[in-house]
Design a protein around this ligand. Structure first.
Ligand code: ASP
Length: 436
């Protein structure tokens, strides 16, 4: 059995966290490949190294003070190495990186140095081999991951080798330049490595014991989700519930590798397991999780006998497409259909869009509703339970909450309702109390 374990920034923020990671890895010999993030912050008290690196780079570019920031970065790494008495010349590495910054190195190169240094330190501390991500993760000339080349290269580099540390977050382009993923991208590195080595599980170690059924800022002590499918996770993540980088799910899902979210500070908690299929016919929970976001706008196109007009929805969607506005939902009725978009994308051009919709769809009327929140109730058993709608709407009715929109995607595992922003928290509470 092979485990790939990725440790996030909070797990490797200082010497104390390094010790916890050491214990986790040394107690589990199945962990053969480790992916490391740059030191993060603990309880938001200090700055994340990656943020400091970005700031340092910008300041250098703008000819403002950057050496103080680099000194802060150096101090964090020196502290880890000194406290753990790791035999490594980290100061030489840091001086070299500073010189490269002064010589005009690229931004991606510079900001990736947090993962680079942390992985060198961790590999030495664990007595694991270090393999640089630049030699196994590849991006094409457009900066898009070259999944095939990467997969082959990882297989070749790791064949027959165990106990390896790889820095997360970056790789290289064909011309050798360093390229990073988007922020939080070490999760993706972990998933890519897990896929290439055909791991039995991809452990993603962070500072929470998995996914919660609802946002703890709204629901006091929400229950933890023990097990969730990739599809349910995608739906919840899209609506704002994030612990894992979105793109980290794909490589694991393609190879059907379960992802286990674990807490470095509570390693005995089994966390949340993300899997392809769950065979839980007995006592299934109807709702796996609830998530939502505020600030949406609904454009409703009203036209008598709309059902008989061919292409009307297409014409409406083109109005948004022309402006590169992402459409969230298109609930349809008989003589009316709606287009739901994030308000921030239409704030300045609402009237313009309404006029154009009216003209292009030959509509009688365009209604615009602002300040809408969308709430997704996600669960793999929803599709089999017609009574869920009754209960969901009943719970909201009891609280006198007016439902502005209902949409059930074809995935049938997600019921989305739209309510006024002001009713967002109240609605989530009502749904949670009804189903949990
Ligand atoms: N250190 C990088 C970031 O803060 C990548 C990661 O931690 O996953 O975005």
């Amino acid at each position: 059995m092979i485990k790939v374990a990725k440790f996030g920034g909070t797990s490797l923020a200082d010497a104390n966290q390094f010790k916890k990671v050491y214990d986790i890895i040394k107690h589990d010999t199945l962990i053969k490949y480790v992916i490391a993030s740059a030191p993060g912050s603990i309880n938001n008290k200090n700055n994340k190294i990656t943020d400091l690196l970005y700031l340092c780079y910008e300041n250098k570019k703008n000819n403002t003070s950057y050496k103080e920031i680099f000194a802060q970065i150096s101090e964090i790494f020196n502290n880890i190495v000194d406290t753990l008495k790791i035999d490594i010349k980290i100061q030489n590495e840091l001086e070299q990186i500073l010189l490269e910054l002064q010589d005009g190195c690229s931004k991606d190169y510079f900001v990736s140095r947090g993962e680079y240094l942390n992985s060198i330190i961790l590999s030495k501390y664990l007595d694991f081999k270090y393999i640089d991500a630049k030699d196994i993760i590849f991006f094409d000339d457009n900066g898009v991951l070259d999944a095939n080349k990467t997969n082959t290269q990882i297989c070749n580099a790791l064949k027959g080798i165990e106990n390896v540390v790889v820095p997360g977050f970056y790789g290289s382009m064909f011309n050798g330049r360093i390229k990073t993923f988007t922020r939080g991208g070490s999760d993706i590195t972990g998933a890519i490595v897990a896929k290439a080595v055909n791991a039995d599980v991809y452990e993603n170690w962070t500072d929470v014991s998995g996914f919660l059924m609802a946002d703890p800022r709204i629901i006091k002590k929400p229950k933890k989700i023990e097990v969730i499918t990739y599809r349910e996770l995608r739906e919840l993540a899209y609506m704002g519930a994030t612990v894992l980088h979105d793109e980290a799910v794909f490589p694991a899902r393609q190879s059907n590798i379960p992802i286990n979210i674990r807490n470095t500070n509570f390693p005995l908690d089994c966390g949340t397991l993300i899997v392809d299929q769950i065979n839980d016919k007995e006592d299934p929970k109807i709702i796996t999780g609830i998530a939502g976001k505020k600030e949406y706008t609904i454009f409703s196109i009203c036209k008598e006998n709309m059902a008989a007009s061919v292409g009307i929805i297409k014409r409406a969607l083109e109005v948004f497409e022309a402006r590169k506005i992402i459409i969230e939902h298109v609930p349809t009725g008989i003589d009316k259909f709606s287009v739901v978009v994030a308000s921030k994308n239409v704030n300045q051009i609402e009237n313009q869009i309404s006029d154009e919709l009216k003209l292009r769809c030959k509509a009688e009327n365009i209604e615009v509703s602002n300040n809408i929140a969308l709430i997704a109730s996600v669960g793999r058993h929803i599709k089999n339970k017609s009574s869920i709608f009754k209960r969901l709407f009943g719970a909201l009715e009891k609280e006198n909450i007016d439902i502005k929109l209902i949409s059930q995607g074809l995935s049938e595992i997600n019921v989305i309702i739209g309510v006024d922003n002001k009713n967002f928290e109240k609605s989530i509470t009502a749904i949670y109390n009804e189903f949990v």
